[in-house]
Design a protein around this ligand. Sequence first.
Ligand code: ZN
Length: 145
Amino acid sequence: MPGLEDLYREIVLDHYRNPRNRGELPCPPARRAEGFNPLCGDEVVVYTDLADGMVRDVRFGGQGCSISQSTASMMSVAVKGRSLEEVEKLERSFKAMMSIVTDGGEVAPPADLGDLEALRGVVKFPVRIKCATLCWNTLTESLRS
Ligand code: ZN
C-alpha cells in the first residue's frame, strides 16, 4: 500500500496552509466557474481575467480536502500570466501525470509543472485523482464561458 507521505508532500501541505491567489475577482470582466466533486465533497470556484489571449489574473475559492484546495493554489500559480495555449498544455501534462488520457489518446507534450509535480503521488490513490483534477476542469469551464 502506498504511504500517505506520497500524498501529503510538504509543498502540498504548504499550499493548503498558505494558499496562493485565494479570493475573488469582479465579474464581469472576470469569468467565474464552479466545480464540485461529490465523491469527496470538494468545491472549487475559479475566477479568471483574460486579456489578449492570456490569463492576466486568476483567483480561486471554495472548500474541501487538502488535495483539492492545494492543487487549486498550485494551479493558480502555474497558469497566471500564461497564454491559453500554455494553459492547455499544462492541463494536458497534469492530467497525463494523473494517468488521464485526454482527447484523442495522444500523449501530452511534457510541460514544466513546477510545484504541481509534488502531486505525482496522487496517482497511487485513484479515489483522490478527482480531487486533484477538479480545479483544472473548473478552470477550463471558466475559460470557455
Ligand atoms: Zn477531495
